[in-house]
Ligand binder design. Structure first.
Ligand SMILES: *Cc1c(COP(=O)(O)O)cnc(C)c1O
Length: 371
């Protein structure tokens, strides 16, 4: 079976370096908020080009805490509206609800699967305070257009960059476009820890300071709590793992781009819609998503041919039980994507032979006899 993503093989490439880093942490006797975190935050800051990076426990917390910090700083209040793409992963939306803010779902562009700036402007009301674009599947959203809208309407922008570490548009990386950005280092993300981890990047020093306190019980100074914060810290051992992995990220992205090129060149089937890429640098191919009306039949066919695929994502947020109040609403573009999307194997360790086998299996799909 060609695996969708072989995490074991990915981390095995760096085993020696990871063991050295883990040993360093074990022997240091210091496991939280220490030199490893500080070093990784600095490295990630340099990588993204933003002024500050604040490590937190996971990507969801990165988004939750940023919105929370804006509330603490008086920039947001309960009931304010946050514009978010209707086809995103649920975490982007949970972060809004968790802060008693109102998610306003906006349909994506069908070519890029990213939020359509044309739909943002008409969704803005007097209560709108934030746009939360998601760089979905690894491709930067149309940030020039989104920042232009935000400036004209005086809105904050929080990038959900959980899938897009290293994506670049107009010389600017993901995490350095909006007022802040949330990253996830979940093991399967392009920059993955060996457990949960996340970070916020920002150029706003006041926001960075507030986040440093919020992630640590609302405290800058031990036993002095100026806000009702939470415990959301990035462990030393994960920071050490991430420093190792960050050193290899550019090589891994280059490999993902080569795989994507081969897929785009090789896949040729009347029933399969290929993804589009605005520019080579703007996409880091966290996932390679094709669309097919007979998705279930295609997935079965691929499994029979030894190709593992996943669906990102099977149920749109507005159809989730967690958001019952939205279940009757209609977002036809998102619904179509959720019915047709299929993610092919892509990752830093997939081989040329495997890529050729995936392409062959796809091009062999006989959609007349199936489904
Ligand atoms: C993974 C992901 C998150 C959440 O990150 P976790 O580290 O799993 O909490 C948020 N948004 C998007 C778009 C993601 O893909």
């Amino acid at each position: 079976m060609i695996p969708f993503l072989d995490l074991k093989a990915i981390n095995a490439q760096y085993r020696d370096e990871l063991v050295v880093a883990a040993t360093r942490v074990i022997d240091s006797g210091w496991y939280i908020n220490g030199d490893e975190l500080e070093a990784f935050e600095k490295e990630f800051t340099n990588y993204c080009g933003a002024k500050h990076a604040i490590g937190v426990a996971n990507g969801l917390d990165a988004l939750i805490l940023t919105l929370r910090a804006w509330k603490e700083l008086g920039k947001l209040q309960k009931g304010n509206e946050v514009i978010v793409p209707s086809n995103t992963y649920i975490a982007s939306i949970l972060a809004i609800s968790a802060n008693d803010l109102t998610p306003i779902l906006v349909e994506p562009d069908l070519d890029t699967y990213n939020i359509d700036p044309k739909n943002i402007e008409s969704a803005i009301t007097k209560k709108t305070k934030v746009i939360l674009p998601v760089h979905l599947y690894g491709q930067l959203a149309d940030m020039p257009a989104i920042m232009d809208i935000a400036q004209r309407h005086n809105l904050l922008v929080l990038e959900d960059a959980a899938q897009a570490h290293g994506a670049i548009l107009e010389d600017r990386k993901a995490g350095n476009w909006g007022d802040a950005a949330g990253f996830s280092f979940y093991p399967g993300k392009n920059l993955g820890a060996l457990g949960d981890a996340g970070a916020v990047t920002t150029n706003d020093t006041e926001l960075a300071e507030t986040l440093r306190a919020l992630r640590n019980y609302g405290s800058y100074e031990k036993y002095r709590n100026i806000m009702q914060g939470i415990n959301s810290r990035l462990d030393e051992i994960q920071a050490a793992m991430l420093s190792v992995k960050l050193g290899h990220l550019e090589t891994e992205i280059a490999h993902r781009r080569e795989v994507a090129d081969l897929y785009l060149k090789g896949i040729n089937h009347p029933s399969i819609i290929l993804p589009t890429c605005k520019s080579r640098d703007a996409h880091v191919w966290h996932v390679f998503v094709i669309r097919c009306e007979k998705r279930e039949a295609l997935q079965k066919h691929l499994a029979n041919q030894g190709v593992q695929t996943l669906i990102h994502y099977p149920i749109p947020p507005h159809k989730q039980q967690a958001y019952k109040e939205w279940n009757d609403l209609s977002y036809p573009v998102s619904e179509m994507i959720h019915q047709q999307a299929l993610s092919l194997p892509i990752g830093p360790t997939i081989t040329e032979q495997e890529i050729a086998d995936v392409i062959k299996a796809l091009n062999n799909f006989d959609n007349k006899n199936l489904g």
